[in-house]
Design a protein around this ligand. Sequence first.
Ligand SMILES: C[S@@+](CC[C@H](N)C(=O)[O-])C[C@H]1O[C@@H](n2cnc3c(N)ncnc32)[C@H](O)[C@@H]1O
Length: 278
Amino acid sequence: MIKKLIFLLAFFAFSNAFSQSSSDLGDDKYRPNMGQSGKDVIWIPTGNELVNKMLKIANVGPSDLLYDLGAGDGKIAIAAARDFGARAVGIEFNPDMAALGQRNAERAGVANKVKIIQGDIFKEDFSKATVITLYLLPELNQQLRPTILKMKPGTRVVSHAFDMGDWQPDAEIDSPAKGYFWIVPANVSGEWALDSFDSKSSTILNLSQKFQYVGGNLTLGKKTQPILNADLKGDRLQFSYIDDMNNLRTVRLSFNGSNIKGEENSNYMIREFSGFKR
Ligand SMILES: C[S@@+](CC[C@H](N)C(=O)[O-])C[C@H]1O[C@@H](n2cnc3c(N)ncnc32)[C@H](O)[C@@H]1O
């Protein structure tokens, strides 16, 4: 009951879903009711304008595989394929709703790119997704968060109405309803040895991390100094430091498990190096 109340309050406060007329809902085989019960959350469709903004903020394109967790009538998965060229899977617990979603995909001419499957978002494997969309509840987002954070770094996540607790979003949508956008960060914390970063001395990069927020220091020979303006997006980290000639240098790293590839802009030249986790 409380879950339903939270959802309806958020819905009435922010959503433009009622811009969808009741004649848009369902077909001659199945006519769902706005607000009908679902396994963990009721069904209310995201409004068309917000669907478009969610897919745009996630930069969805033809190389993406989008999963809509709790797919309802399939509208987000269908829009991802029809308007952005992506492949998409919707996971919907209600079998009538999932079947309606698949018929909607056929009517939209994107059945070759869209599958709406009947399943439970807490049991189905969505680890291959490059983009995830959600319109659930705060506590469901929190339950999914550990699984999402283990996904491939760079996976984009967009949630209608509800945030992810203390995992701050990378961007937000404010209108016509609230949306939140995250990029799954790589796990970069720890001590990294950088090979051939500096010809004279060994280089150690120490990083600490809370989600996409990163701090740390760089030890070049005997000198340790903080890294500046660290910016982690997926598996890419950029930061600056001040070298022994007092020049501000910028370093770009990409992380692949326990290996790093990097480049540094110095004296108008790009210097490449590699590294590994100690
Ligand atoms: C608020 S609606 C969102 C529908 C669609 N994603 C959209 O934004 O238009 C949530 C949907 O999740 C479904 N659902 C609830 N619990 C689920 C679960 N455990 N697994 C899969 N689907 C679920 C409901 O049946 C409902 O259709």
